[in-house]
Design a protein around this ligand. Structure first.
Ligand code: GUN
Length: 233
């Protein structure tokens, strides 16, 4: 069971017990509740290391636990999760982070909701912050660390001359049609699958494609957070 779910379950259980006991003896119920929570806290902390080891894929390391960071440190660790757009992480932090956000997926959901609820021009600015796939910035070695790793992971640094030319042609056609670059979460895809998706998405209308790009960016953020959690564990 994941750590936050365990706490959710215990909270729900003891809250229900508290309400029930409170009907008979309010004072007893409050003190009992306090004692139970204290003992859970002690047991939980004793097992903390063990629980963390079992969930290295989900929990973010002690050193960079999102819920424990002030805004400046949070942005140092997570400000770059959305490409050149630290305001997404900043807004999520300002909305309030609890220990539940020490889970990569929960944090990805919260940051993703910030982007989904943003104004259309803010969403488009985040899409435009992404470099072209196999584009000029990649050739010039000007990508962020995450983008370099993602593009290389999909083999985009190994394109043949013909594939490279196809990417340039598609990048231009996509920019001309939508006014922002093609973004796709490339993890698990090779360059052939990416080129196929590229051709298909060029057929979309502008609204569908903006929403698709935002979904893909949130997926990229999720992968990046998982990567941080794994490497920090
Ligand atoms: N998908 C994963 N990383 C990137 C990137 O840097 N640029 C684009 N366009 N898509 C991506």
């Amino acid at each position: 069971m994941r750590k936050p779910l365990l706490f959710d379950f215990l909270d729900a259980f003891f809250n229900a017990a508290n309400v029930f006991a409170g009907v008979n003896n309010h004072f007893f119920s409050i003190t009992a509740l306090f004692r139970v929570h204290l003992s859970i806290f002690i047991v939980y902390n004793k097992n903390d290391n063990k629980i963390q080891k079992e969930h290295t894929l989900l929990l973010i390391s002690n050193a960079a636990r999102p819920s424990s960071l002030d805004l400046e440190d949070f942005l140092t660790h997570y400000g770059d999760i959305f490409e050149h757009s630290p305001w997404v992480a900043e807004t999520a932090w300002k909305q309030g982070l609890t220990t539940q956000h020490d889970d990569a997926d929960v944090l990805a959901d919260s940051m993703g909701a910030v982007l989904r609820n943003a104004e259309i021009d803010e969403q488009i600015a985040v899409i435009r912050a992404h470099p072209d796939l196999a584009g000029k910035a990649a050739l010039a070695g000007e990508l962020t660390q995450d983008s370099t790793r993602e593009q290389a992971g999909a083999g985009l640094d190994q394109c043949t001359a013909a594939e490279f030319e196809r990417f340039q042609r598609l990048n231009q056609a996509y920019q001309d049609k939508f006014g922002f670059p093609f973004v796709i979460a490339v993890k698990g895809l090779d360059r052939h699958a990416i080129l196929d998706a590229f051709e298909k998405r060029l057929e979309n209308d502008a609204v569908t494609e903006r929403q698709t790009a935002i979904n893909q960016i949130i997926q990229i953020a999720r992968f990046r957070l998982h990567m941080r959690a794994e490497t920090a564990a």
